[in-house]
Design a binder for this molecule. Structure first.
Ligand code: ADP
Ligand code: MG
Length: 274
């Protein structure tokens, strides 16, 4: 489809059709941690709930151009970027309009490729301006709908947050089937970036058991870093801040720094695509 794939930015879809597993928290805080270690990062909020936008301090009134405009009206991504309080991190916000996008695009030709084309144009615009962007993290909605399919079609890889609870693995086969379908029909190069265990509670035996099961199932795709359940992580969004700005020293912030380092290390160890 595109001759530009494999060039920066690396596009990672953060996906799991279950709600409440830590997708948005991971998008916000992994993005912040990547920016903190010197990367240029964009969060693309692809959930109509707009939690990533709110959590990064972008109030409703500030959301002039959104991911809806990018997807439906072919608005350039760079026109929709809003700076955040984190140097190196900007966001394309979303709002409730996005919930209508699926219906509005239902008859559009190549409707699964809308975001892919937008990102191709963004890559071209970056290279024309010699501007740098290292990562685009897409915060997906809690559904395997057209929005998530657009994200997977546009992405280089999928990062799956899994909550350390009894039903963690439930629904995963459906997610993996969707990834397979996208690979077979829309984006043959789509990789699994990794699986990150979230809301891990080391005092809880069940958490440890779930972590062990997930590692058995996914092997080295599971990050060494586990994100602990940490009240500071859940408090931060109500202040419109990533946890790294809210309380840099807390265990949750430190875990996201460690996850970011693992993600960056993956780049170095991945052989060049041929
Ligand atoms: P999703 O985007 O998958 O629906 P969220 O990232 O919004 O999930 O997380 C769901 C809820 O869990 C939110 O209230 C969030 O603040 C909370 N949460 C996420 N990660 C943690 C964590 N590590 N510790 C404590 N609370 C967390
Ligand atoms: Mg979310």
């Amino acid at each position: 489809m595109s001759d530009l794939k494999n060039g920066p930015p690396k596009v990672i879809a953060i996906a799991n059709q279950k709600g409440g597993v830590g997708k948005t928290t991971t998008a916000i805080n992994l993005a912040t941690a990547l920016a903190a270690i010197g990367k240029q990062v964009v969060v693309l909020d692809l959930d109509p709930q707009g939690n990533a936008s709110t959590g990064l301090g972008v109030g409703r009134a500030a959301r002039r151009a959104t991911s809806y405009d990018v997807l439906v009206s072919e608005r350039a991504m760079e026109d929709a970027l809003i700076d955040t309080a984190v140097p190196g991190l900007s966001i394309i916000p979303s709002d409730a309009d996005l919930s209508g996008a699926e219906l509005e695009l239902s008859n559009a030709p190549r409707r699964s490729y809308r975001l892919r084309h937008a990102i191709d144009r963004f890559r071209r615009a970056l290279s024309a301006r010699q501007a740098q962007c290292d990562y685009v993290l897409i915060d997906c909605p809690p559904s395997l709908n057209l929005l998530t399919v657009n994200a997977m079609t546009a992405a280089d890889s999928v990062l799956v947050p899994l909550q350390c609870e009894f039903f963690a693995l439930e629904g995963l086969s459906q997610l993996m089937r969707t990834i397979e379908l996208v690979r077979a029909n829309l984006n043959k190069d789509l990789q699994i970036q990794g699986v990150v265990l979230t809301m891990y509670d080391k005092r809880n035996n069940l958490s440890g058991q779930v972590a062990a099961d997930v590692r058995e199932h996914f092997g080295d795709k599971v990050y060494d870093t586990m994100i602990p359940r940490n009240v500071r992580v859940s408090e931060a969004p109500s202040f419109g801040k990533p946890v790294l700005l809210y309380d840099m020293a807390c265990t949750g912030a430190q875990a996201y720094i460690s996850l970011a380092k693992e993600v960056v290390r993956q780049e170095r160890s991945t052989p060049e695509a041929v």
